[in-house]
Design a protein around this ligand. Structure first.
Ligand code: PMP
Length: 295
């Protein structure tokens, strides 16, 4: 599903076949979750293949590595160039890109300098599909920012996301919504969350959530469309009063929610500002309206 006999990955400076890559069984990432990663998309635009917000994603990878004390041996610009080469080698235009920085053999709990970088690319449809979602309030909360760096994409953090996703699927929902450690609405297992009430969008402020790059894009689009956005704490109860809601993330893009717990949103999705944002997001990524700028 993720690769075939023609696929190549970038691994520590070389382009190799995924099934020939040799990863040590004693690596610290596999045992303790000390690794950092990104989820990026490339789109086949009118100007050719374009990685959407490559700089923002690779800068976040640098940040994630830094807070975990992991020495990443490439600049964001180098990683972007490598990724374009990798896409070309794999003949991919619309693709999901997964850079992973993982550690070498090390059974201690101390970060060392044995660092590996792999980048994988494959074709991947919208992570949560194209249909409106049924979402449940998770019994799990997002990790406390005093226990880890929630704004970093760290491998180990995703056990929380897996617990919430498994629970939601087992209960017949498509996706989970998690609160922060104080019970305020935070985000999904792999996407940020917005509600809409009387045309105004509301989303959690930064602090207890991952600073999503799609969330930032939604904020830009809302400004261009003159849609008001409130970044503030709100409780799950407020979702029942909302007209609409959606998740946004690189893998899921912008996906509407039809139901929260047993509550159906009454407004027609097509009539909401959320739907406008969804359509404009699609145009933004697919038509290369956005230029990555290195200063
Ligand atoms: N929250 C979490 C927990 C995530 O894993 C992701 C996916 N990276 C997001 C939000 C959305 O982030 P982005 O828009 O940068 O993909």
């Amino acid at each position: 599903m993720y690769f075939n006999e023609n696929s190549v990955v970038f691994l520590d400076g070389a382009f190799v076949k995924p099934n020939t890559a040799n990863v040590g069984l004693y690596n610290q990432t596999m045992h303790y979750g000390n690794g950092v990663f990104e989820g990026i998309r490339a789109y086949d635009t009118e100007d050719g293949v374009r990685i959407f917000k490559a700089k923002e994603h690779y800068d976040r990878l640098q940040y994630s590595a830094k807070v975990m004390g992991v020495k990443l041996p490439y600049t964001s610009e180098e990683l972007e160039q490598i990724t374009y080469k990798l896409l070309e080698r794999n003949g991919l235009k619309d693709a999901y890109i997964r850079p992973l920085v993982y550690m070498g053999d090390n059974m201690t709990l101390l970060t060392n300098d044995d660092v590996h970088v792999v980048i994988m690319v494959w074709e991947w449809g919208k992570y949560l599909g194209d249909n409106m979602l049924k979402v449940m309030l998770s019994s799990y909360q997002r990790p406390n920012p005093k226990a880890c760096h929630v704004e970093a994409k760290v491998v180990g953090h995703y056990t929380n996301s897996i617990l919430a996703t498994n629970e939601a699927k087992q209960k017949g929902f498509d996706e989970a919504l998690l609160t922060d450690m104080n019970g305020f609405v935070a985000e999904g297992p792999g996407a940020n969350f917005f509600i809409e009430k009387n045309g105004v969008l509301v989303t959690a402020p930064l602090g207890n959530i991952l600073a999503g790059i799609t969330r930032a894009t939604v904020l830009e689009l809302a400004e261009e469309l003159e849609i008001k956005v409130e970044k503030r704490l709100f409780t799950p109860e407020e979702i029942y009063e909302a007209d609409a809601a959606f998740f946004c993330g690189t893998a899921a893009e912008v996906v509407g929610i039809k139901q929260f717990n047993d509550h159906l949103f009454s407004m027609d999705w097509e009539d909401t500002n959320s739907s406008l944002i969804q359509r404009k997001y699609k145009r933004r990524v697919a038509h290369n309206e956005y230029q990555n700028v290195y200063l």
